[in-house]
Ligand binder design. Structure first.
Ligand SMILES: Nc1ncnc2c1ncn2[C@@H]1O[C@H](COP(=O)(O)OP(=O)(O)OP(=O)(O)O)[C@@H](O)[C@H]1O
Length: 517
């Protein structure tokens, strides 16, 4: 084949070289008056030249194609293969020229023929072929029909693409993906160890990211706003920020804005001068801002702060000074403020229930702690942590069976980590054997798994059996209070409805019997 191609090229070149000479001699030889024969002859020569040029172009295309090209006639007899085909198949063109595809399949040169299929089906066919040299190729055969209508197949043009490289790359990619997935999970495991926060159990990826941000902002004095459902760990995060900050050895003061009556909040936060109001101490009193000077002040349930006080808080944050109630001169304070809430503060701003300017001032670094049901990876490690804690405390060797853990994984945990911690403690204390099985779990947990129930939902009857009356009353109270808070939109509103004061409501809501951690 190569010889044929070279012959073709040589022939073509010599044709071109000889052409001007021949034209010249024709001009010399033509007698005058023989114009018409002359014209015809010239047209033929021009036509021939055009065809030769076209042929040369086609040859160039075939030779420079990276894909193999294989041409057969309508009976599958090989007419032509290009250089790329020789390279891909690792054979000389002469080995297949003039041979029928049926013979080549029978001889094992190729395992199957798409040209034969295209002839049989009279349409384009694509197959994957394995060549005798082991290469994997993608072969597309296109039949070319004779000009006459209903004519048979004149040629079959086959494009042969070497996909071995592609397949190898694909395998490599899969391997690399698997490897990087393994590294990623190892890295995440290592990260928790590097973060070295033994008291903080985290496995979930979202939480790891939150914790990374926490550790980054801890070193700065930025205002942090922590949002998340009740029991999701906001309190823990605030303590972590303080303990990792350069203020760690200074005061850390937490105040729950929902637990202080609005009328007292200003004097609690900013202090008062002597004689500021009836009942005020004669020498006046420092506020929490002043007490926290040099350290960290946590304003929990910030959504409960009255609007007029929000203005004063913003001013204190902007100026770094506070005015005591009844005081005239500003008192400079150096306090890092961390705020926390289980309400959607952005939504409250939209509803005009929280000042927008303060929101943006607090929102410098927002942190969102996802609810436990959205970070199920944390459930089992948290269980183990709490089991360890309570086994140590009560001198037991309790453990959950895999089936019991399954239930814990499926439960929606409306009270988040706090609820999980309480449940583990209850289980450790109440079960008879060391194994904690599904039958030991509270009924509501068994019936609620797989469903989501709002945290304000009141428990079903079965929840109470097995529980001592004191426990059951406490549980009922907490759920009832939560429902009232979400109904009223604030702790204060709920306290009013329930005819108790906000600090009692707050205490009852958080009365878990747990040690403060
Ligand atoms: N990642 C954690 N690892 C270990 N214990 C945790 C974790 N997150 C929360 N806890 C524990 O869960 C309980 C509830 O957490 P915390 O008080 O921080 O929640 P909270 O979001 O501040 O709740 P609330 O909004 O009701 O005040 C605490 O006992 C806390 O120590």
């Amino acid at each position: 084949m190569k010889d044929k191609r070279d012959q073709f090229n040589q022939q073509h070149q010599s044709d071109q070289q000889s052409q001007p000479h021949r034209q010249h001699s024709r001009q010399q030889q033509q007698p005058d008056g023989a114009n018409s024969a002359n014209g015809e002859h010239e047209a033929l020569v021009a036509e021939l030249t055009k065809h030769r040029e076209l042929n040369r172009q086609m040859q160039a295309v075939m030779d420079s194609s990276y894909d193999g090209i294989y041409l057969t006639d309508g009976q599958a007899k090989t007419l032509y293969v290009n250089r790329a085909y020789e390279r891909i198949a690792g054979i000389q063109a002469t080995a297949v020229m003039g041979r029928n595809m049926r013979d080549l399949v029978a001889a094992g040169v190729v395992d199957q023929s798409s040209s034969l299929e295209a002839i049989r089906l009279k349409q384009q066919v694509t197959i994957r072929q394995v060549l005798h040299n082991g290469k994997e190729v993608l072969v597309t055969s296109t039949p070319v029909f004779e000009k006459e209508e209903a004519g048979g197949i004149q040629y079959v043009v086959t494009n042969v693409r070497d996909v071995s490289e592609l397949v190898r790359l694909q395998q490599e990619l899969q391997h690399t993906r698997a490897l990087s997935e393994r590294y990623r999970s190892e890295l995440e495991h290592m990260k928790t160890r590097i973060l070295n926060i033994p008291e903080f159990v985290i496995r979930d990826r979202q939480m790891l990211r939150v914790l990374e941000t926490v550790l980054k902002v801890a070193e700065t004095d930025t205002t942090v706003l922590i949002q998340g459902e009740t029991g999701s760990g906001k309190g823990r995060v605030t303590r972590l920020i303080h303990s990792r900050s350069k203020r760690a050895d200074k005061s850390f003061i937490e105040v729950n804005c929902g637990a202080i009556p609005g009328s007292l909040m200003e004097s609690e936060l900013f202090g008062y001068e002597k004689g500021a109001f009836t009942g005020a101490l004669t020498k006046g009193k420092m506020g929490l801002f002043e007490l926290a000077d040099g350290g960290t002040l946590v304003l929990d349930e910030i959504s409960e702060m009255p609007l007029d006080l929000q203005v004063k808080l913003l001013k204190a944050l902007e100026d770094g000074t506070v005015f005591r109630v009844g005081g005239q001169k500003p008192v400079p304070v150096n306090v890092r403020i961390i705020t926390a809430t289980n309400q959607d503060l952005g939504e409250m701003v939209k509803q005009g229930r929280f000042r927008e300017d303060l929101y943006y001032r607090l929102h410098v670094v927002p942190l969102y702690l996802p609810p436990l049901r959205e970070r199920k990876d944390d459930i089992v490690p948290l269980c183990h942590q709490f089991l360890e804690e309570f086994n140590r405390r009560y001198q037991y060797q309790r453990h959950f069976t895999p089936e019991a853990l399954e239930y814990l994984m499926r439960y929606p945990w409306p009270g988040n980590v706090r609820e999980l911690r309480n449940l583990v403690e209850r289980m450790v204390v109440m079960v008879e054997e060391d194994r904690i099985r599904p039958s030991d779990l509270p009924e509501h947990l068994l019936t609620l798994t797989g469903t989501t129930q709002g945290e304000d939902a009141l428990p079903d009857e079965p929840l109470y059996h097995q529980l001592p009356l004191k426990e059951a009353t406490k549980l009922f109270q907490q759920r009832y209070i939560r429902r009232m808070i979400s109904q009223e939109g604030s702790m204060k509103g709920a306290a009013q409805q329930l005819e108790i004061n906000p600090s009692t409501l707050y205490r009852k809501l958080h009365d878990t019997g747990e040690e403060s951690s």
